[in-house]
Design a protein around this ligand. Structure first.
Ligand code: AMP
Ligand code: ZN
Length: 110
């Protein structure tokens, strides 16, 4: 765990954040400041700073994040209406929390 990393603390169960999904590798929870009716964050338990810091060893966790989104989509009712998955990368890309996470947003009227 990286010191003073909010998402390490959340993923480690050290806060009262409610998980919508938890596996041994990742957690999923609602964004505190949603940009859409559905806004989830999919967060590896492993501390990786950003997409720039991914290594070959991280292939599986990346796949896990996308499969977790696929599994959450029907649970959140957005599988047929559609959703966006994205990573903000470093400050210029809008990243504010430097622990890798994938955003999942959707739920707009279609
Ligand atoms: P990013 O800008 O890609 O680093 O995204 C960070 C996201 O984390 C933002 O959308 C914030 O609203 C969200 N966020 C910050 N603190 C919390 C928290 N304690 N619980 C849930 N989401 C948070
Ligand atoms: Zn971290």
């Amino acid at each position: 765990m990286a010191e003073d990393c909010l998402f390490c603390r959340i993923a480690g169960g050290e806060t009262n954040t409610e998980f919508l999904m938890e596996t041994d590798k990742l957690v999923v929870f609602e964004d505190i400041n949603p940009l859409a009716p559905v806004h989830l964050l999919l967060v590896p338990k492993q501390h990786i700073r950003s997409v720039n810091d991914l290594t070959e060893q991280d292939r599986e966790i990346l796949a896990d994040l996308i499969f977790a989104a696929r599994d959450m989509a029907p649970k959140m009712g957005v599988d047929s209406t559609g959703y966006r998955l994205f990573f903000n990368v470093e400050k210029g890309g809008g990243q504010e929390i430097f622990h890798l996470h994938m955003h999942m947003i959707g739920g707009w009227e279609s």
